[in-house]
Design a protein around this ligand. Structure first.
Ligand code: 0L1
Ligand code: MG
Length: 263
C-alpha cells in the first residue's frame, strides 16, 4: 500500500468534498504552488481509490483530456492528460442527467473505444490500440471541474481526475476496421440547434494516437488498459454548457448518434 503525505490527504479531502457537496472550490495550486505533475497523478490515483471505497464503485476505463491542439494552446500546455472512469460515472441515454447533482457541467462529443485485450507498454502504437479494440462507439462526456469557473493549471486538473463526471455511450458499436476513424465528422446540437461541429482528426490527428499516448504514459507508471475497459479518446469539439431541461445530441459520420437529456 502506498503512503500518502498529509498534504496529499488534505488535497484529496478538499476535492472529494467539493464533488460531494456540489460546490466549486479554488484551485489547489493557489495553496500548493509547488505541486508537480507526478504528484498530481499520485493525488488523482489516491483520490480514485478513496472514491472506489467510499462510493463502492469499480474502475471501468480511462479518459483522455486536452487532446486537441486548440485546447492545449488555450491552456498554454503541450500535453494531453488522462484520468479514469469509474462505474458511477456511466450514464444512459434513457436516464436523465440530474443538473442539481453537478456544479457547472459541460458536455463534449468523443469516440469511445471498447478494449478487447489487455494493453500495456511504453512503445505502444496506434496500430496496437486498433488491434486491441473490439468496437468504437459515439459518446458524450459530461465534464464538471470542481474548480471555480473551470479555471485551473495542468496540475490542478490532473489532481481533479481531469474534470470527469459522467459519460454516455450511444448504441451504434462498430469495428474500428469498418470506418475511417481518422476523419469522422460530428455535429453537436442543443435543443435541436447546432452548437458545435468537429472531427476526429482534432484528437491528436487520430483518436488511436491519443490512446497510444495514454497507454505509454500509463505504462511508465506500471499500468495499462484491461480487457473490457472503455476509453474516451478526447473531445472532438469545444465542450458546451447545459442546464436542466436541455437535450444534447451528437451525430457522427459512420457512427450514428448519442443523446442526453438533463432534468
Ligand atoms: O475531458 C476533457 O477533455 C476534460 C479535460 C480537462 C479540461 C476541462 O475540464 O476542460
Ligand atoms: Mg473529455
Amino acid at each position: 500500500m502506498k503512503l500518502v503525505s498529509e498534504k496529499e490527504i488534505e488535497i484529496i479531502n478538499y476535492l472529494l468534498a467539493a464533488e460531494q457537496n456540489v460546490c466549486e472550490v479554488i484551485k489547489v495550486t493557489d495553496d500548493f504552488p509547488e505541486l508537480t505533475l507526478p504528484q498530481a497523478y499520485e493525488i488523482q490515483e489516491q483520490l480514485l481509490v478513496r472514491r472506489q471505497v467510499e462510493k463502492d464503485v469499480r474502475f471501468i476505463g480511462v479518459k483522455l483530456g486536452l487532446t486537441s491542439k486548440a485546447k492545449q494552446e488555450m491552456m498554454g500546455v503541450d500535453k494531453a492528460i488522462y484520468g479514469f472512469l469509474q462505474s458511477d460515472m456511466l450514464a444512459f441515454e434513457w436516464e436523465a442527467i440530474q443538473y442539481t447533482a453537478l456544479i457547472h457541467p459541460k458536455v463534449e462529443p468523443e469516440i469511445a473505444f471498447l478494449i478487447a485485450e489487455d494493453l500495456q507498454g511504453t512503445n505502444v502504437t496506434a496500430a496496437d490500440v486498433l488491434r486491441a479494440t473490439k468496437y468504437v462507439a459515439p459518446a458524450l462526456e459530461v465534464i464538471d471541474s470542481r474548480y471555480k469557473d473551470f479555471r485551473f493549471t495542468l496540475v490542478d486538473v490532473i489532481a481533479d481526475n481531469c474534470s470527469s463526471a459522467k459519460f454516455i455511450i450511444g448504441s451504434t458499436w462498430v469495428s474500428p476496421d469498418a470506418i475511417d476513424l481518422e476523419n469522422i465528422g460530428m455535429v453537436l446540437s442543443k435543443n435541436g440547434e447546432v452548437a458545435q461541429t468537429g472531427s476526429s482528426a482534432a484528437v491528436l490527428g487520430h483518436p488511436a494516437n491519443a490512446i497510444a499516448w495514454a497507454v505509454n504514459e500509463l505504462g511508465a507508471r506500471g499500468k495499462g488498459l484491461k480487457k473490457g475497459d472503455i476509453v474516451l479518446s478526447g473531445a472532438m469539439s469545444e465542450a458546451i454548457t447545459f442546464q436542466a431541461g436541455d437535450a444534447v445530441t451528437a451525430q457522427f459520420d459512420s457512427l450514428g448518434s448519442v443523446a442526453m437529456y438533463c432534468k
